[in-house]
Design a protein around this ligand. Structure first.
Ligand SMILES: [Zn+2]
Ligand SMILES: [Zn+2]
Length: 187
């Protein structure tokens, strides 16, 4: 199927009240909104590939499906843009009448898988996405991405303002003088 049908609805008129009947449906739909957690998202309109098996039961239709899509975000260590493939499985009964036993129902001889797929996808989104498992993040001194520069290091250069302070600290005579003069003043 080449063009997304933009809907997760499946026509099941041929399965209604025919326990034991089974159908398979493969289609591509588009996420109706951003599916996200705090750090990564499947943006609205992203294609989602669904492979579903539908089984007619006495109380409704059992749907067993896999859904595959791609989340986009950035690496939490180096901030580089990344894509994360997401694959989830759902299994839900869409009941003929809505009661406490089932979360979903059949309406107008159709099932709408979007909510069930979205809930599973959001649960599957990583909270610590990384561009590569061994990403070393950014250099704390200059901000360069360390994976790009494996041998990256800085000269132990000392800022002249700090070297003046280091001279002062490292001179025991000066410190001694300061202490003894302070003691004199106390007396
Ligand atoms: Zn990274
Ligand atoms: Zn650096």
């Amino acid at each position: 199927m080449s063009s997304p049908k933009n809907s997760f609805r499946i026509d099941v008129v041929d399965l209604l009240h025919r326990p034991g009947e089974m159908r398979e449906r493969e289609f591509e739909a588009a996420a109706g909104e951003d599916w996200r957690n705090a750090v990564i998202a499947v943006p609205k309109g992203t294609p989602v590939k669904v492979d579903a098996r539908l089984e007619s039961l006495h109380e409704g239709i059992l749907v067993t499906a896999t859904a595959e899509t791609t989340a986009v975000g950035e690496c939490v260590r180096c901030l580089q843009a990344l894509e994360e493939p997401i694959k989830v499985e759902i299994q839900e009964v869409f009941a003929y009448s809505l009661d406490d036993a089932f979360d979903y129902s059949i309406r107008d001889a159709q099932l709408d898988l979007e909510e069930a797929v979205r809930d599973e996808v959001v649960l599957a989104l990583p909270f610590q996405p990384v561009c590569e498992p061994d990403c070393e993040g950014l250099c704390p001194l200059c901000g360069i991405r360390l994976l790009d520069e494996p041998n990256h290091e800085h000269e132990a250069a000392i800022d002249p303002r700090w070297s003046a302070l280091a001279d002062l600290k490292g001179n025991p005579e000066q410190i001694g003088t300061a202490e003894s003069s302070a003691q004199k003043e106390e007396r």
